[in-house]
Design a protein around this ligand. Structure first.
Ligand code: ADP
Ligand code: MG
Length: 347
């Protein structure tokens, strides 16, 4: 059987790493992005530039590919759904629709008796009065947030008056968790009860952006088991195909909460490229393209640091040791808070 051609919607570093993994498996890729300078075009076989609702470009993508996936969750549902009527979109668009909406996502998780922080929908300023028991809390836009964008810390009700918030966008207020640490689990589901699961990764955020990740995570056995169980349950319930990430909080009393789910490969899983026999990217390509599932094998402990903004500059001219792996995302411009590259160190 000839191998399928894979369409990837979104052209950032996750798209680049998916395309690189596909190439190694001799799978052709077509990247579709609304950014003319999308770095993933340097790693894919073909590139389509266009808006995500441009019918001609969508048709072009569909005609050139056999199966389509995405590297970020904020793609219009209509686009994914429309493509899915002609060629399979994996993971399924209906999954994306739940997860790209913070309220729908948290309702879904809680229905499975999996703990999240307490939350409420806030439709206008006066509703803030009724949810004061969730303060201090984070007010987040229900859609389109990433790397902490669209989030406001609210300590007391007075803070609201000082912020210029357009409530028509739809907000969720989440009670602030007194964090001890954050972990994530990357899991790839191939079909019913068939998955490969990576060990929990310990993550440190700065200004709500991931700063570094490491394995092994320093967590107790109960949290280890609970987080794995919850990750498997979420993935199975969604009948997910591909790689998914579950982000967790651990509070100061050692309680575990699911923070959010990313229906895609994830920044905290970059270290899987060097620390495992099969990376999260390769596993995603294997699952969505229907290739063989291979048992995961850990090669080494690892830590990864994100190189944000101008931090990349020193690394571009650096000599590395044999246990260090530098990735430059080859983005056209260095911008404040932009993820420019990462360094993984095995130990
Ligand atoms: P994003 O979609 O931007 O990744 P998250 O909800 O994951 O949004 O928030 C980013 C980071 O902000 C989290 O990893 C965590 O460090 C912090 N954060 C978000 N929500 C809470 C919360 N309810 N309590 C404590 N910290 C939080
Ligand atoms: Mg997050």
């Amino acid at each position: 059987m000839s191998k399928p051609t894979l369409g990837i919607i979104g052209g950032g570093q996750l798209g680049s790493m998916l395309a690189t993994a596909a190439k190694r498996l001799e799978i052709k890729t077509v990247v579709f992005s609304d950014d003319m300078d999308a770095p993933a075009q340097k790693f894919s076989d073909e590139f389509i530039f266009g808006k995500y609702d441009d019918q001609n470009k969508i048709d072009k993508l569909v005609s050139k590919t056999d199966v389509i996936t995405f590297e970020f969750e904020n793609i219009p549902y209509e686009t994914l759904n429309q493509i899915n009527k002609i060629k399979p979109v994996l993971p399924k668009p209906s999954i994306n629709r739940i997860i790209q909406h913070r309220l729908a996502e948290k309702d879904f998780i809680n229905k499975l008796n999996i703990r999240t922080t307490r939350y409420a929908s806030v439709k206008n300023k006066s509703e803030m009065d009724t949810v004061q028991d969730l303060l201090p809390g984070l007010l987040k836009t229900v859609t389109l947030g990433y790397d902490g964008k669209g989030q406001h810390l609210i300590n007391s009700i007075e803070d609201i008056n000082e912020l210029d918030i357009d409530f028509s966008r739809g907000y969720i207020l989440e009670k602030l968790v007194k964090l001890k640490k954050e972990i994530s689990i990357i899991i790839t589901r191939f079909s019913d009860k068939k998955y490969e699961i990576y060990e929990p990764i310990e993550n440190v955020h700065e200004d709500q952006i991931l700063k570094n990740s490491r394995i092994p995570a320093d967590i107790n056995d109960k949290i280890l088991k609970q987080s794995r169980l919850w990750a498997m349950k979420l993935t199975e319930e969604l009948k997910y195909v591909g790689t998914l990430c579950v982000e967790f909080f651990i509070d100061r009393n050692e309680n575990l909460y699911v923070n959010e789910i990313a229906p895609r490969v994830h920044n905290s899983g970059h270290l899987t490229i060097n620390a495992y026999n099969i990376s999260q990217f390769e596993n995603h390509v294997r699952a969505v393209c229907g290739l063989e599932q291979i048992k995961l094998n850990k090669i080494s402990n690892a830590k990864m640091i994100n190189l944000i903004g101008s931090q990349i500059n020193v690394y571009r001219n650096k000599q590395f040791n044999s246990n260090e792996f530098f990735f430059d995302y080859l983005k056209k411009e260095i911008k404040h808070k932009r993820k420019m590259g990462h360094l993984t160190t095995l130990f």
